[in-house]
Ligand binder design. Structure first.
Ligand SMILES: Nc1ncnc2c1ncn2[C@@H]1O[C@H](COP(=O)(O)OP(=O)(O)OP(=O)(O)O)[C@@H](O)[C@H]1O
Ligand SMILES: [Mg+2]
Length: 311
């Protein structure tokens, strides 16, 4: 099998690289591909090889792009020839514990088997994989895990299995069964996005839909996200998507009041279109934020003054 990065694979990798904050993920995937390429060349030259595994663990908080990256990586791997597939489509099957488990004996194993078969030639994405090992006081799913391990092994040339979840939980998942850790040698961490990355993501989402965010929109969004980011359960890019959708709705209400909105009016988003967090930014937080902004403005003013006075 030749491992060649063709045009379509390159496109999928470029789409990944174009996503703000994904450069590291793309580099890691490229490394995996090059490793596989060299392994295949070694095989051709009858040199010893470690067994290769395409399976991966993705760790990261909600909304850090794990599912999105998994799809693109699946497309790239299928194009490169790392997956034996039949048609043009690259299947992407996403499962989680509640989708798989059922009340009847043997039902979960049957569902797992069906999911693996459906994902042949593509990606089986197991979200919150650690849920399959149950709680420490109530381990019920050993049979399901055993079935999983069996299929991961049997279909290793046809499927990439990506198991995703929080870092701590994933470590627990991998140590649950000795077969698991060795089958998932590749691990990619998706860090929380920085505020500039989140703003870039919003900008990209808006430009894709032919909206033009003005500077005051982006500045206000940055301060709102700055407050929201410190709260538990912050949804990273998903929170950004929600903001974007809500501001598009609010903008259309604002524009509908205009007698004859211009093309520019129809595209522009301003700070007035931002809906602060659904419950409203807490008054105290808003005050704290205002204070910080005032302080920063004060410092800027001082700097300007110094440069004018040359002190
Ligand atoms: N770097 C990015 N650039 C643009 N959009 C992004 C980026 N990362 C994520 N998104 C968007 O944010 C949303 C959430 O991303 P995704 O579903 O991939 O996150 P996730 O890590 O799988 O989240 P969860 O753990 O909650 O399943 C999607 O709408 C996706 O398109
Ligand atoms: Mg996801």
């Amino acid at each position: 099998m030749d491992v060649v990065i063709n045009e379509k694979a390159r496109q999928a990798l470029n789409r990944l690289a174009a996503m703000p904050g994904m450069a590291q993920v793309k580099d890691q995937v490229e490394q995996m591909i090059q490793f596989r390429r060299v392994a295949e060349l070694r095989k051709k030259n009858r040199l010893k090889n470690q067994p290769q595994s395409n399976h991966m663990v993705f760790t990261g908080n909600p909304g850090t792009g794990k599912t999105t990256a998994a799809r693109l990586i699946g497309e790239a791997f299928a194009e490169i020839g790392l997956l034996n597939r039949k048609g043009d489509e690259v299947p992407f099957v996403e499962i989680n514990h509640s989708k798989i488990t059922g009340p009847h004996v043997g039902e979960s194993e049957k569902n797992i088997a069906a999911a693996f078969k459906k994902a042949r030639g593509g990606v089986l994405f197991i979200d919150e994989a650690y849920a399959f090992i149950g709680k420490s006081e109530h381990r019920t799913d050993e049979k399901v895990i055993a079935t999983m391990v069996q299929y991961i092994e049997d279909l290793r040339d046809q499927i990439i299995v990506i198991a995703a979840g929080y870092p701590k939980n994933m470590a627990e998942f991998l140590s649950f069964n000795p077969g698991l850790a060795s089958r998932f040698p590749n691990s990619i961490h998706f860090p929380d996005y920085s505020i500039p990355d989140l703003v870039r993501i919003a900008q990209q989402m808006l430009l894709d839909q032919e909206y033009q965010p003005e500077q005051d929109y982006l500045d206000t969004l940055a301060s709102v996200l700055w407050v929201e980011k410190s709260k538990p359960n912050f949804g990273n890019a998903r929170t950004v998507r929600n903001h974007v959708e809500r501001s598009i709705r609010r903008q259309s209400m604002r524009v509908s009041q205009m007698v004859q909105p211009s093309r520019k009016d129809l595209a522009a988003l301003t700070a007035a279109d931002i809906v602060h967090s659904p419950a409203g930014v807490q008054a105290s937080e808003r005050e704290a934020l205002q204070r910080i902004i005032q302080e920063a403005q004060g410092r800027l003013f001082e700097l300007d003054l110094r440069s004018i006075l040359k002190v």
